[in-house]
Design a protein around this ligand. Sequence first.
Ligand code: ZN
Length: 179
Amino acid sequence: MTRVRTLEHIADVRRRPGVQRPVVRTFPAEVFGPIGTSSATVPPDGEIALDGTLEATGLDIVLTGVATAPWEGECRRCLRPVTGTIEVDLQEIFSNHPVEGETWPVDNDSIDLGPVLHDAVLLTLPLVPLCADDCAGPDPERFPTRVEGSDAPDDDADDAPAAPAGDPRWAALDDLRFD
Ligand SMILES: [Zn+2]
């Protein structure tokens, strides 16, 4: 039954090709089932919102808009709880003859926004949630934001020539040149 709640009727859109008809809807996140990765999840009591338009183009229906969803997770460095909101730009095509992975189905003059929003939100969840961009972790000594000396070009420059003699990659080049 949950899928029914994400259906959008489009008979009126079909009757007026080329006209953008607003589609503004809000769904309880639980309607979509669990949406999450090992890094972040959409809380089931949150809401996923769609603010967009539908337009008939030829035989297809084009959905353009923005979806927003809350997420929660743990900071990758200090493991403190982190929450946020993602915004996803949508440009999706619905077709009577959908192509797997490219277009979505039209069924009886309605489209199902559920799988579209589910996938779009899932793919946009942060892979590396941070409580702050410069979070130093629970122990700054263990998780320095910058490895000491890593960006000092003068370090070790004399001891480590960039292309030591005998490097097989250069040998191959020599063969090419003097063949
Ligand atoms: Zn943190």
